[in-house]
Design a protein around this ligand. Structure first.
Ligand code: NAI
Ligand code: MG
Length: 496
């Protein structure tokens, strides 16, 4: 199994794609010499094969991360950690076109959106580079005879398991706060999209990170992911993906060494449009809310509630808008929606579409495959969807939206909150009081008003209810990667 192959994209021409495991700042083959195929979702063809990490490789990567944590990384100053992160951001920016092209090739997202992702990666790494030397404790005054202070110490070796919908961006969200706070990392990419993480790994050494601080491995969830979550020498596990796997990871943490767990899981986010909304604007945001990244967003606005006064007008205009979305080749600069990431995801989504039809919902747009090659699905709108239907309750993770009508604010707040999830929500209205009241009443980690999907590295993001534990981004994410130590010093005086 070679440690790299030559690949080509329409944007970059020929480039060298690493295919090994990135452990200890070196490319290595897996101990068991296993590999798996990487598929291009646009053509359904094999792009290349990459090394597959098994339990033995996870052990090696964890040992490298442990050695770095106890050694060189411990004595690296916070400012120097920041300098490495800033350098990594600069290198990602320098390689933006390559990273974006690899993302489009492997994931199928449009090249314009892939560039946006890499831009956000750069912003995120810079932001956490800035935090590295601003992690501070407190002094706490208790009495005259003692002195107390706290330290925000790193947790240790962190396992990080990321999904395939935003491969590089999820990597940046995970490594930024973990490295800024002085942890070391074994990160496993998703088996559907390992390529961009491997290209990124090449930048880690160039940025100056010492060996073992950031290890990046490709591997299968049930094998390498499970080994990482159950590992006795991993102090913390951070995961983004399905709720089912999130539960399995918590169980593995509980039954191994009670490692700390943060989870960013699924969603079924309500997008609410009131009679007084700017209808043109609302339609644009509803369209972007569900179809951005082909609906493969944990915060996708997949339940749309429209107030009865504008319902008919809204549906007609939304349908026209959705049918205008350019679906096709991700490398075409005009493409908005590329293929779904895999055959499995395609089949899951088509299964939900069939369920919706069977349950009696109305297909207003799409509802079928697009083209005859690649995992493309037409932007799909279901109306007349009732609260008990599967397409209203379960995360579909594709370009499929369920729309229902509502009468009153009270009713729509209850509908909006009628979900096991609580990741995001949105409200469209010109009335400031309605906007604030409804935002306060919705049980979700993020609420957008007259917009959708406006994420930013300065703003915390994460789930209420079954959508997760902990917050990513912003200052809040630092708490996922630090633990408090209280130091008490006796200064003298009477013993008790
Ligand atoms: P998944 O949860 O299986 O995969 C996400 C990551 O978890 C991957 O890196 C995978 O290798 C790893 N993984 C899988 N099984 C594991 C295990 N037993 N132990 C440790 N790690 C494991 O998600 P999948 O199957 O790719 O997608 C299924 C559904 O999950 C989607 O339809 C969507 O509803 C949801 N999902 C949500 C995401 C989010 O951003 N919150 C991202 C991806 C999927
Ligand atoms: Mg792929």
């Amino acid at each position: 199994m070679p440690l790299s192959v030559q690949l080509k994209t329409p944007i970059t021409g020929e480039f060298t794609q690493p295919t090994g495991l990135w452990i200890n700042n070196e490319w290595v083959e897996g101990v068991d010499k296993k590999s798996f195929e990487v598929i291009n979702p646009t053509t359904e063809e094999v792009i290349c094969s990459v090394s597959e990490a098994t339990e033995k490789d996870v052990d090696l990567a964890v040992a490298a991360a442990r050695k770095a944590f106890n050694g060189v990384w411990r004595t690296t100053t916070p400012q120097q950690r920041g300098i490495y992160l800033l350098k990594l951001a600069e290198l990602a920016e320098k390689n933006l076109d390559l990273l974006a092209a690899v993302e489009s090739l492997d994931n199928g997202k449009s090249i314009t959106m892939a560039r946006g992702d890499v831009g956000a990666v750069v912003g995120c790494l810079r932001y956490y580079g800035g935090w590295a030397d601003k992690i501070e404790g407190k002094t706490i005054d208790i009495n005259h005879e003692t002195f107390h202070y706290t330290r925000q110490e790193p947790i240790g070796v962190c396992g990080q398991i990321i999904p395939w919908n935003f491969p590089l961006l999820m990597l940046a969200w995970k490594i930024g706060p973990a490295l800024a706070t002085g942890n070391t990392i074994v990160l496993k990419t998703a088996e559907q999209t390992p390529l961009s993480g491997l290209v990124f790994a090449n930048l880690v050494k160039e940025a100056g990170f010492p060996p073992g601080v950031l290890n990046i491995i490709s591997g299968i969830g049930k094998i390498a992911g499970a080994a990482l979550s159950a590992h006795l020498d991993v102090d913390k596990i951070a995961f983004t993906g399905s709720t089912v796997v999130g539960r399995a990871i918590m169980k593995a943490a509980a039954s191994s060494n009670l490692k700390k767990v943060t989870l960013e899981l699924g969603g079924k986010s309500p997008n609410i449009v009131f009679n007084d909304a700017d209808i043109e604007q609302a339609i644009s945001w509803v369209n972007f809310g569900i179809y951005y990244n082909h609906g493969q967003c944990c915060c996708a606005g997949s339940r749309v509630y429209v107030q009865e006064g504008i319902y008919d007008k809204f549906i007609a205009a939304f349908k026209a808008r959705a049918e205008q979305n350019a679906v096709g080749d991700p490398f075409d600069e005009n493409t908005f929606q590329g293929p779904q990431v895999s055959q499995l995801q395609y089949d899951r989504i088509m299964g939900y579409i069939e369920e919706g039809k069977k349950d009696g919902a109305t297909v207003e747009a799409g509802g079928e495959r697009h083209g005859d090659k690649g995992y493309f699905i037409k932007p799909t709108i279901f109306t007349n969807v009732t609260p008990d239907m599967k397409i209203m309750r379960e995360e579909i993770f594709g370009p499929v939206v369920a729309v229902a009508k509502f009468k009153t604010e009270e009713e729509v707040v209850a509908l909006g909150n009628d979900s096991a999830y609580g990741l995001a929500a949105a409200v469209h209205t010109k009335d400031l009081n309605t906007a604030i009241r409804v935002s306060n009443d919705l049980r979700a980690g993020t609420v957008w008003v007259n917009s959708y999907n406006l994420l930013h590295h300065q703003l915390p993001f994460g789930g209420y209810k079954e959508s997760g534990i902990g917050r990513e981004l912003g200052e809040a994410a630092l708490a996922n990667y630090t633990q408090n130590k209280s130091v008490s010093i006796r200064l003298g005086g009477p013993l008790f």
